[in-house]
Design a binder for this molecule. Structure first.
Ligand code: BG6
Length: 495
């Protein structure tokens, strides 16, 4: 394995993400022999746990990750690589304990002084931890790598994102900062680039001359659950749109990169983000719709409204649904509307991109479908049932020239050995290997904040913009349909 040895350090190791995503992903990498031969994992957090307690809690007895079917010797071998150091993460002095533990593990596992620091902590610690690591000389080491991985949110608006980037780059160089957006780790999000740039059949049509509009939908049936406190500060715009959905927009709309390298892709994304037409605060009501789910029967069960959720103030105006219409002011996309929407307590779990092509310039044949269906459409299903659906018109057998819309449907599950890997596996492996291609760059993060900021401001300050209630289990506020023009075109509501 030509991959350098490393100690992987998780700050916030007693939290949910470690048990739900990080440990399962690292275990799978270990099982598939993708980790370096010399590897150890150090969990760091406030909870007073021993190494053994941590092994139990995070791995052996992890209620969020079932290992009952896993081979006993693999489980035992992996458990031996897990260690834990309790500290007060707010106290600079305590980082001496992290340092001495790392020195010891580095010697024992011969990890050549290479450390990855993964911050799975509340964002208030994002600038503190790097400063404390630096105070103990842990952020840099001649001849070894020191990397920093941070989870979203990367700031709260464009100014805080800029400040965060500034403070992180004081301690770690930009190319050692890995901002995780787990959507970038999804195979199907990466596949958007392959679909576009590895197939000559699509790319010539991928522009204003042939595309009528683009829709991106990311729906979830779940409510905010026990994350009410976090979510109410965030809302759909900050939680999903500014990051995950804007990254999808970048993959759909950017120009071809000169290679699949991190630099080339980042450069194109950055150009694309700079071409987004800003929505002025005064125009937010026209281009954006916000909503909040209300108590309703969903799948046969009564579910709470957002304002009744734990941790959510009863007069909250935070959006659990957002739909935005926008334009990209560049040569390729001039005049093509993009529609994105995301929401909680929608009917189903689905993320997809639907590209609707213009109709042929002249109508020769009769169609038995409405105008909407008569457009050719390419639907790229990101999850679940990952795949592509291309719909186009075919002659109905028999007399005359009746045309019917048919679909050519490709499912990833039909690829013999396609086992779509978990996003976190791919991302963690890339970061251990030092490949930042699938991570968000500081510039892109700031640009995409700039784009959503006027919407955030208008929604915060302008009380005349309604927060539409929508029944849990519906497709969100009906008014979102009016965003889409012309009138005969609607949102594609996948079932
Ligand atoms: C997270 C959001 O980033 O993404 C959650 O904070 C959301 O609110 C989740 O549920 C969706 O991720 P996925 O991979 O299930 O679509």
């Amino acid at each position: 394995r030509d991959i350098e040895p490393v100690v992987f350090v998780i700050f916030g190791a007693s939290g949910d993400l470690t048990r739900r995503k990080l440990i399962p992903a690292i275990y799978d990498l270990f099982k598939c022999k993708l980790l370096p031969e010399n590897f150890a994992l150090l969990g760091v957090s406030r909870s007073k746990l021993s190494d053994d307690d941590f092994r139990q809690k995070a791995f052996l007895n992890n209620e969020l990750f079932d290992i009952s079917e896993e081979p006993a010797e693999t489980v035992e071998a992996f458990a031996k690589l897990l260690f834990y150091q309790p500290i007060d993460t707010n106290s600079s002095d305590d980082y001496a304990k992290v340092k001495s533990r790392l020195d010891q593990l580095d010697g024992e596992f011969k990890t050549a002084g290479n450390f990855v620091f993964y911050l799975s902590t509340p964002p208030v610690l994002y600038d503190k931890i790097p400063a404390f690591l630096s105070a103990h000389g842990l952020n840099r080491c001649e001849g070894s790598f020191r990397r920093l991985v941070i989870e979203k949110p990367f700031g709260y608006d464009s100014q805080s994102a800029r400040e965060l980037n500034k403070s992180l780059t004081e301690y770690f160089p930009e190319d050692e900062i890995y901002r995780i957006d787990h959507y970038l780790g999804k195979e199907t999000v990466q596949n958007l680039l392959v679909t576009r740039f590895a197939n000559s059949v699509f790319e010539p049509l991928w522009n204003r001359n042939y595309i009528q509009h683009v829709q991106i939908t990311s729906a979830e049936p779940i409510g905010v659950g026990n994350r009410g406190g976090y979510y109410d500060e965030s809302g759909a715009l900050r939680d999903m749109l500014q990051n995950h959905l804007m990254q999808i927009v970048a993959h759909i709309a950017m120009e071809p990169p000169i290679s699949p390298s991190a630099e080339a892709i980042r450069a194109e994304k950055s150009k694309l983000f700079q071409s987004l037409r800003p929505i002025a605060e005064s125009e937010v009501a026209k281009y954006c719709i916000r909503g909040q789910y209300m108590a309703s029967k969903m799948r046969g069960e009564m579910v709470k409204g957002y304002r009744e959720e734990e941790g959510v103030p009863s007069e909250s105006k935070t959006e659990t649904y957002a739909a935005v219409k926008f334009f990209i002011d560049n040569w390729r996309w001039s005049g093509v509307p993009f529609y994105i929407r995301t929401g909680k307590r929608l009917p189903t779990k689905v993320t997809e991109v639907a590209i609707t092509f213009d109709r042929p310039p002249h109508k020769i044949f009769r169609t038995d479908q409405d105008l909407h269906l008569a457009h050719n459409q390419l639907v790229m299903r990101i999850q679940p049932d990952e795949g592509l659906l291309l719909s186009f018109g075919m002659k109905v057998p028999g007399e005359g020239f009746d045309v019917k819309n048919v679909g050519m449907d490709f499912h990833y599950s039909d690829l013999a050995e396609a086992d779509v890997p978990e996003a976190y596996e791919r991302l963690l492996l890339d970061c251990i290997k030092g490949d930042p291609t699938l991570y968000a760059h500081g510039d892109s993060v700031e640009y995409s904040w700039k784009f959503v900021e006027p919407i955030l401001k208008a929604w915060k300050n302008d009380d005349s913009i309604p927060v539409y209630g929508y029944p849990a289990g519906s497709w969100g506020p009906e008014l979102a349909d009016d965003l889409i023009e012309p009138a005969e075109i609607t949102w594609r509501n996948p079932c």
